[in-house]
Design a protein around this ligand. Structure first.
Ligand SMILES: [Mg+2]
Length: 186
């Protein structure tokens, strides 16, 4: 069995870390319920300079490595031990070092780590001929492209993907307990 995993919002509980940093920088609330689109700049009406300042300071302060692992990930990985796990992230390649360190520090075993090369993840699936049985994602746009290739996508529910509703080959899940059930009951 081949399993594909996203990092931010899936393996890593990134959204609370991003919003906590936004709150610290701009001294105003950044509630989860307001993240109704994938773009913080749009959702929170940030200028390009503010957004750049946010990512720049997040990186400079070493915060990528401090993001918490999502509850249930460890248990899932134990259950699927020996299966082919590939991680595909939309993070920029500049974050490779921090990303690898985070995966090592959180003891997440993987066969391959891919930094998305195009504007969506299905390009890399085709490029590397990755025949995933499952892919776990939190962004609907990527999920849809993967689902169109016939991959069973498990889409973690978040305020930014709820508006898209149902789609063929996409199963909505609420947490890693749901993901574990879906993958192991195959
Ligand atoms: Mg993500």
């Amino acid at each position: 069995m081949k399993i594909g995993l996203d990092i931010d919002g899936v393996l890593a509980d990134s959204d609370p870390a991003f919003r906590a940093h936004l709150k610290k920088l701009f001294q105003r609330p950044f509630p989860k319920k307001d993240v109704v689109c994938f773009d913080y700049q749009k959702c929170f009406s940030l200028s390009q300079d503010q957004l750049d300042f946010f990512w720049d300071t997040f990186t400079k302060q070493g915060k990528w490595e401090k993001i918490k692992i999502m509850p249930g990930v460890k248990h899932f990985l134990k259950q699927v031990k020996g299966k082919d796990v590939t991680v595909i992230t939309a993070r920029p390649i500049e974050l490779q070092k921090q990303t690898i360190r985070w995966l090592i520090n959180n003891q997440i075993p993987y066969h391959q780590l891919i930094f998305m090369s195009g504007e969506s993840k299905h390009h890399d699936v085709l490029l590397h001929n990755l025949q995933f049985d499952y892919f776990v994602e939190d962004r609907f746009e990527f999920s849809k492209d993967l689902a169109d290739l016939g991959i069973m996508v498990l889409l973690l529910n978040y305020p930014w993907n709820l508006k898209f509703g149902e789609y063929k080959n996409i199963t909505r899940v609420n947490n890693w307990a749901d993901i574990t059930k879906a993958v192991l009951n195959k």
